[in-house]
Design a protein around this ligand. Structure first.
Ligand code: SR1
Ligand code: MG
Length: 408
């Protein structure tokens, strides 16, 4: 019998004993210290460290209530989904996700590799660090984890088995509400709207019927397009990074959904990077360097994604009909339209919805925050409404430059 045979929410004083009981990672007589380091909206993350050697490991536990709101209860099965997809992704994109040492279905906890020497990307970006290899790494990750899990490449029965294993109703419901509904109709009264943009939000988001229709179409695509095993929450808080290497983690929102959901999330979050740099870096030269890098990165992500996707598709397409002439262009065209649509949705929901991003909320200058929020919303609407016109990195650069011109 062990006290870890029944689920409870662990504290720092529990996790050291927990790790020692569950796996052989540290020596028996070692002195450990632990710290809760999670800053996400859902789970508890502990780093447990050997005080002498510095060797460390991570325990991530799913709580029954969410950190962002105690009223929101979500199945702790998300821990199983996360552990399983990390193992799957490690097969397709080896070294770009942390290693899972153990998943414990009783405590709903994952024991995993500590991403030492890496910083949470959002934090690094808010300190205006540049990551020159990010576009290369994230596009490799996306193409290598997404395309092989589609019907284009994977045996269809094997794929259907994965669809079953990754049914993730509670976390999909969060996305359906917070990304695809509430930012447009605040029926749960959970939106966080910055008061100086309240009138703008009223007119541009709550009262725009054409926009509502396009968002509704995208919502039904999210719920019904079981295209690939997607990460499902690929923002800069789900990435640990340094100048040489990138780790993608936190895939608890994973399920079979549209590929563009992941790509669009990355693009939207890189524009928050631009906004924070533009509004907070005082030195002109430094500001231009950082902001130019953010836009170059958006362009590079789109173009590298397209190029790598085409190469991998040609190498690995197995379905006889997917190999017909013109299919790749049609298939990728749909992914790119979804990408632009989702880039718009993620931009809007992180600005006015329930789960905002620090890149924007920490901008102290009220006028600058108002300006960048209006830029984000205007750009996002263009992405959503004209999503079929966003086919290259240059299309994104052009739309971004237009919105900068309009508001600055
Ligand atoms: C209620 S959870 C709010 C958000 O945090 C997660 O990271 C997801 O993005 C979710 O939408
Ligand atoms: Mg997360």
């Amino acid at each position: 019998m062990s006290r870890f045979d029944t689920y409870f929410l662990m504290k720092t004083e529990d996790v050291e004993e927990y790790v020692q009981e569950k796996i052989h990672f540290f020596e028996d007589d070692v002195k450990l210290e632990s710290k809760e380091i999670g800053d996400g909206n859902l789970n508890y993350v502990f780093r447990i460290k050997d005080t002498k050697s510095g060797k460390s490991i991570i325990v991530k536990q799913a709580g029954e209530a969410l950190r962002i709101s105690k009223e929101m209860k979500v199945s702790t099965d998300r821990g199983r989904i996360e552990a399983k997809i990390l193992q799957t992704q490690n097969k397709y994109a080896h070294g770009l996700v942390p290693k899972v040492y153990l998943y414990d279905g009783v405590m709903c906890a994952i024991i995993m590799e500590d991403m030492i020497g890496h910083t949470m990307m959002r934090t690094g970006l808010m300190n205006h660090e540049i990551y020159p290899k990010f576009a290369e790494h994230i596009t490799t990750f996306m193409v290598n984890t997404l395309l092989p899990t589609t019907d284009v490449v994977m045996n269809h029965k094997e794929k259907k088995e994965l669809v079953k294993q990754f049914i993730n109703p509670d976390l999909c419901e969060i996305t359906e509400d917070l990304v695809y509904s509430e930012p447009y109709i605040d029926y749960n009264h959970r939106n966080n709207v910055f008061p100086p943009v309240a009138d703008f939000v009223q007119k541009e988001l709550y009262e725009d019927k054409q926009l509502h229709l396009e968002v509704a179409k995208l919502k039904f695509d999210f719920m019904n397009n079981a295209q690939a095993l997607i990460h499902g929450d690929l923002h800069t808080g789900s990435i640990f990074i340094n100048k040489e290497h990138t780790f993608i983690f936190d895939p608890e929102f994973a399920f079979y959904g549209p590929i563009g959901y992941d790509v669009g999330n990355v693009i939207a979050n890189m524009f928050f990077t631009w906004c924070n740099g533009y509004a907070t870096i005082e030195n002109k030269e430094k500001r231009e360097k950082f902001c130019n890098w953010a836009i170059d990165t958006i362009e590079e992500i789109v173009d590298k994604f397209i190029a790598k996707f085409k190469v991998k598709f040609r190498e690995s397409a197995a379905d006889i009909m997917a190999k017909r002439e013109g299919f790749l262009d049609w298939y990728l065209g749909n992914i790119l339209a979804d990408t632009a649509g989702v880039a718009g949705l993620e931009s809007i929901r992180r600005t006015v919805g329930m789960a905002n991003v620090k890149d924007i909320t920490t901008i102290l200058d009220q006028d600058k925050r108002t300006m960048v929020e209006k830029m984000v919303i205007t750009l996002a609407k263009n992405y959503i409404i004209n999503r079929e016109k966003f086919n290259t990195g240059a299309d994104y650069r052009k739309a971004i430059n237009e919105v900068i011109e309009l508001y600055s």
